[in-house]
Design a binder for this molecule. Structure first.
Ligand SMILES: [Mn+2]
Length: 387
């Protein structure tokens, strides 16, 4: 069985108010080409199809048009789409039935009553156990293992068994993500790889943007990563994973295929920080014919000049690049000194950092327990907004 594994398309993502549909369309075109070239049996899209639960109609049209093209590129292929934490699972399921006509299976929510709905059989090829993002409070204990056992009971032909999940797995490399600790990434608590059991041949994961195998999984569990970077800190390669498994219990053959981004996210300087004057110089020297999003990494003594943003915008006049923001960090000074934030800095702070600052200023040790409780509360608020 041959599979193309991808996740975290985040369609509709905008960056500092710039619309990214052009790059997203270019990415989707590459998906169509890859399907036509490799002719996989299954195309797996493991969650975070959209960046928000309320994508605009043009973004939804971009997605549906792409799915039709992907289907037409190899009509025998099964396309399996699961919802991620950024998606509205119930909205994805509205068109579940008409999608079936194009060999597209949409799994938006957990069906605890008809668990069979999560098992998709590819006759004489293999089985896919498709699980969307589920808040851990709503995930029945042993759900993954039970489904695997059920599949293995019927798997008399010894066909490959593939499972999907959209979650944070402990020990993964979550670099590039905001809002995270060792335990929680993007509002999702990490779970131990052992919770999935060990009777699957390949675990196709979504949620973490850095493509990687899970340590200790013997290359059986993998994040495909995002095909396009969502943040400036995702400085790694972006790709899709091609997986081949001959039969149940056999090792997995896999290959990553890079996705070309016509408008990359560029930090100036690319590593470390520069002074404001140096950063301006770098921006001025940036080639005018390169299409890119630009972030300036600036180290400051006190404050940026109030006209800094405008100066940066002016320096990009006549250039094809799109200026986004100044990532300003103060030089480390005496730790006991209370940090004063500008409005711009405050707006870019994460809730957890504001809470940490509040605790520190109040002379309270912000313990791991408090961090976990805070992240839990934040996750509940985000779930509330999404639902
Ligand atoms: Mn996600």
């Amino acid at each position: 069985m041959k599979i193309l594994h991808t996740s975290d398309w985040h369609l509709g993502h905008t960056i500092y108010n710039y619309d990214r549909m052009e790059e997203q369309t270019a990415m989707l075109e590459q998906m169509v080409t890859l399907v036509a070239e490799h002719k996989p049996d299954v195309f797996l899209l493991c969650g975070d199809v959209y960046h928000t639960s309320q994508p605009s109609s043009s973004v939804q049209t971009m997605f549906t048009d792409a799915m039709v093209k992907i289907h037409n590129a190899h009509p025998d292929m099964k396309i399996i789409v699961t919802a991620g934490n950024h998606d509205s699972g119930t909205k994805h399921e509205i068109f579940r039935n008409p999608w079936m006509a194009l060999n597209v299976h949409v799994i938006g929510t957990l069906n605890k009553i008809n668990r069979d709905e999560h098992i998709i059989e590819i006759p004489h090829k293999g089985y896919i156990i498709a699980i969307p993002y589920v808040n851990e409070r709503n995930m029945p204990e042993g759900f993954f293992q039970e489904l695997i056992e059920q599949v293995n009971k019927h798997n008399t032909e010894n066909l490959p068994v593939i499972m999907t999940a959209h979650t944070t797995v402990s020990g993964c490399d979550f670099s590039g993500h905001d809002d995270c600790s060792e335990y929680v990434v993007g509002g999702i608590d990490s779970i131990d790889i052992r919770q999935f059991g060990d009777r699957y041949d390949y675990l196709a994961l979504g949620h973490i943007h850095h493509a990687q195998y899970i340590p200790g999984s013997q290359k059986k569990a993998r994040y495909s990563g995002t095909p396009l970077p969502v943040s400036f800190d995702e400085t790694y390669d972006h790709s899709i994973t091609l997986v081949e498994i001959s039969q149940h219990g056999e090792p997995v053959q896999s290959e990553t295929i890079s996705i070309f981004n016509p408008r990359p996210l560029v930090s100036l300087p690319s590593q470390e920080m520069a002074s404001w004057e140096q950063a301006k110089q770098l921006l001025q020297e940036f080639p005018s014919d390169i299409e890119a999003y630009i972030r300036l990494n600036v180290e400051i003594e006190d404050f940026l000049p109030p006209e800094a943003q405008m100066e940066a915008v002016n320096l990009t006049q006549g250039k094809k690049c799109r200026f986004c923001y100044i990532n300003a960090k103060r030089k480390d000074r005496d730790k006991s000194e209370t940090k004063i934030l500008t409005v711009q800095e405050f707006q870019s702070e994460k809730p957890i950092d504001i809470a940490r600052r509040y605790a520190e200023d109040s002379g309270v040790d912000f313990s791991q327990e408090m961090i976990d409780m805070f992240m839990e509360a934040q996750k509940m608020v985000e779930d509330e907004i999404r639902d």
